[in-house]
Design a protein. Structure first.
Length: 445
């Protein structure tokens, strides 16, 4: 869940040479090139899991594939982040990322074993990560500073709508065609984005380093929405010590408690998300019904993001975070009870009720509120080391969660997995509770 630049943020007010109207059009128009690739990326996680399950794979294989994907995304985020700082070729990296993504989609069409799909899924993670940082920097390098917030909002909107459309596409596709051929359509969409990028994106005349992304809330939020970790530098052991030594003091413990809470959140979410599709498949839900459930969750999430910001501001980030965690934990727990009591296709009914609440409403509020707390906690010093610790914790939690999920569901049942995920989120809420109270007492460490 998260990098950026050297140089003054004021450089973001740089305006491209040429007519004012043309410059403004170019600055805004290139964001539309992201729509086709967003459509292609939206349903990938569900498709890969269904590929494995349709080949008679188990939830363990699904967990291992997701774990490998998450594992590769960690060095990929570091590699492409550093490469972006060194190369200063935003357009080239974005195009290469889209072309590589299209290539992996085509290879998926020929994959027939769990091992080949898992390796391609890991390669997919490496390819798609490449465009994340350049896209964020491109906005800040080509748009006026006062327009950054609206530009990032538009990028986020285009990406979210694209993801939802991609799921709807798969839902409709599964009515008529085999799921195997959908990857070819997604490859074409990736190529369309590559072509649009060639035509619509221009290399900026002023370039930033990644550290600038952490300096403004819109860029920070959009970056973490795409990939939930951001390494400005590789974290060291002393960085972890610096962050968590604050646990010893009442006045400084809110930051390490926040980080531990986020670790618990991503651990629980990784455990749940890895097993939700296999649980539906195990209860005889068709590909169509599975895509229906995931699509509804995504649509609710897109709509909820419009209200998450005002809700967080009104309630306070800490209280909004706790409220979202309680809702998400409750939904996970109820799904755990449901999968134990309800067998067969009837399990779809509670999923259609509780999954959109957890993945849609609760997640949108949690993402907005918790990232606001992280952004506020970064301060003006040690941003690189703090983000490194944060990103490492998120990456480890997500990776461990997906690994644990597969084995837990296979040997102990889906109800155990979902209850475990709910417990992790309850712990996450409990860790945040001290932040909901104003610390007025004068204390000394």
């Amino acid at each position: 869940m998260q990098e950026r630049l050297s140089g003054s943020a004021e450089a973001g007010s740089h305006v491209q040479s040429g007519p004012v109207v043309a410059a403004k059009t170019n600055r805004i128009a290139w964001i539309n090139s992201v729509l086709p690739i967003s459509i292609a990326l939206g349903p990938v996680s569900t498709i890969i899991q269904l590929f494995i399950l349709n080949m008679h794979g188990t939830v363990i294989e699904v967990g291992l594939a997701v774990t490998l994907y998450n594992t590769v995304s960690i060095p990929a985020a570091m590699f492409w982040g550093f490469a972006t700082d060194r190369a200063h070729k935003r357009k080239l990296i974005i195009i290469v990322s889209y072309l590589a993504t299209a290539g992996v989609f085509i290879l998926f069409f020929a994959a027939r074993t769990f091992y080949s799909i898992s390796l391609l899924y890991a390669l997919f993670s490496f390819a798609t990560t490449a465009s994340t940082t350049p896209l964020n920097l491109l906005i800040m390098e080509t748009e006026r500073k006062q327009k950054w917030a609206s530009a990032f909002a538009r990028l986020s909107m285009v990406s979210s709508i694209g993801n939802a459309v991609g799921l709807v596409l798969c839902l409709v596709w599964s009515l008529v065609f085999s799921l195997t051929y959908i990857v070819l359509a997604l490859a074409i969409l990736s190529l369309i984005s590559a072509g649009l990028s060639v035509l619509m994106i221009s290399e900026p005349k002023v370039v930033f380093e990644r550290s600038i992304i952490a300096l403004t809330k819109p860029s920070f939020f959009q970056r973490l929405q795409t990939i939930p970790y951001l390494f400005l530098r590789v974290p060291r052991l002393k960085d972890f010590r610096r962050v968590f030594i604050g646990l010893k003091c009442e006045l400084t413990r809110h930051v390490p408690l926040l980080y531990l809470s986020i670790f618990a959140f991503y651990l629980g979410s990784g455990i749940f998300n890895t097993s939700i599709v296999p649980s539906l498949k195990a209860n005889h839900a068709s590909n169509l019904l599975i895509f229906l459930a995931i699509t509804i969750g995504m649509v609710v999430q897109v709509v909820s993001f419009r209200f998450a910001g005002p809700y967080t501001e009104k309630k306070s980030p800490a209280k909004a975070t706790v409220a979202s965690l309680i809702l998400r934990s409750t939904c996970y727990g109820l799904l755990g009870v449901s999968v134990y009591l309800v067998a067969g296709i009837w399990f779809l009914a509670p999923v259609l009720i509780f999954y959109p609440l957890a993945a849609g409403l609760a997640y949108s509020i949690y993402y907005t509120a918790s990232n606001t707390m992280v952004f506020n906690a970064l301060g003006q010093t040690n941003q690189g080391s703090s983000l490194g610790v944060y990103s490492a914790l998120v990456a480890i939690a997500t990776m461990v969660g997906s690994l644990v999920s597969g084995f837990s569901s296979f040997y102990l049942g889906f109800y155990t997995t979902f209850i475990t995920a709910a417990t992790c989120l309850a712990v996450s809420a409990w860790l945040i509770l001290p932040s909901t109270h104003n610390q007025s007492a004068q204390m000394h460490c």
